[in-house]
Design a protein around this ligand. Structure first.
Ligand code: ADP
Ligand code: MG
Length: 329
């Protein structure tokens, strides 16, 4: 079975002048594509690189593979992660991971929070700021956090993103609006422990791979932000705990909230859900990643899976198996 890999590499893009230095952080490295290709071979499939954007469309039209393994982040809009799966749907080519709707809504963090909270998942109180004059209408408690509404990989999220007062909030929002040119999500800051939950499967077969606590190696977790600095320096700054040393009922609530969000969004095959415990002691949904990073060494879901006994090859094999079962191929 031939499995085409759809991806967008950091090296495919030129950083437009004036862009923040983390603008390309979400895009993949060649090591990730090679890792996936090797894992596909180990599972008995024949991988073929398809790339993204125009190259992807041309290759799909000329000679479609049996299945597309999709890690393409897309380009240019809040719907960008829906581009590759949208093309696959149009051309009737089976593909792994979620459908265009789930991918697009998950990338818009505010739209996603509205959707999951309507389905009973608790999420931090928030406001969306499109222009500086919106700030006056915000009535959230401090500390707060401000982040670009349509990004991932902690793009625009720094240690300094935890904000204690109105003056700092105004300054932060001003710089985020200027640098990232998109709405800014302001949320109440959850001071409790942070968890990420790996989920695999579809329908009755949806299952939690495991729960991983993400905590700082130094300093208190109350003020910790899993910022771009922390993600880049994860070996020295971050400790990953699997299973977390937390009360059983807290971990059960974390898993239940993550599963509820996965189902509410209609995610498929795999996703990773980020949650944090709020000041009230209850887990809150921060965001969902239906295209979780799949770098064979550094990605959270890969670290989590390996600590749960699921090798990288098995993780990739599971994603493909879930997709094949959906299509009956
Ligand atoms: N409301 C919040 N309360 C506490 N920490 C938060 C909150 N929102 C984000 N963070 C911190 O910022 C990190 C990145 O935010 P997240 O929403 O997961 O964005 P990304 O898509 O970039 O991963 C989180 O892992 C967490 O450490
Ligand atoms: Mg996150």
């Amino acid at each position: 079975m031939e499995v085409g890999i759809a991806y967008d590499l950091k090296s495919d893009f030129l950083l437009p002048p004036g862009s923040p230095e983390d603008a390309l952080e979400e895009y993949d490295s060649e090591a990730t594509v090679h890792g996936i290709a090797r894992a596909l071979i180990a599972n008995g499939f024949a991988p073929r690189p398809l790339g993204g954007r125009r190259s992807f469309i041309e290759k799909l039209l000329a000679d479609p593979p049996d299945l597309v393994f999709n890690i393409a982040e897309g380009f240019g809009s809040r719907s960008r992660e829906a581009h590759v799966p949208g093309v696959c749907e149009m051309l009737g080519v089976p593909f792994t991971h979620s459908d265009p709707l789930a991918l697009a809504v998950s990338l818009d963090k505010a739209a996603c929070k509205r959707l999951v909270s309507a389905c009973g998942v608790s999420t931090p109180s928030f406001a969306v700021v499109e222009r500086p004059s919106d700030i006056a209408g915000i009535s959230l408690r401090f500390p707060a956090i401000a982040k670009p509404a349509f990004e991932g990989s902690s793009i625009g999220i720094r240690r300094s993103s935890r904000i204690s007062d109105a003056a700092a909030l105004e300054a932060k929002i001003g710089s985020l609006l200027r640098d990232y040119r998109q709405p800014i999500l302001v949320e109440e800051f959850c001071p409790g422990p942070e968890f990420t939950v790996g989920i695999l499967g579809n329908g009755e077969g949806v299952r939690v791979i495991g729960v991983m606590e993400i905590s700082p190696r130094t300093g208190s977790f109350e003020e910790f932000v899993y910022s771009i600095e922390a993600k880049r320096n994860y070996l020295t700054e971050v400790e990953y705990k699997v299973p977390p040393d937390r009360p059983r009922d807290m971990l059960e609530k974390v898993e239940a909230a993550a599963l509820r969000a996965y189902r509410a969004l209609g995610c498929r095959d795999i996703a990773r859900v980020d949650l944090r415990v709020g000041a009230d002691g209850e887990p809150k949904f921060l965001e969902i990643n239906p295209l979780p990073g799949l770098n064979p060494v550094t990605s959270d879901i890969v670290i989590l899976a390996s600590r749960c006994g699921l090798t990288y090859e098995a993780l990739i094999g599971n994603i493909v198996a879930e997709a094949r079962a959906r299509y009956g191929i």
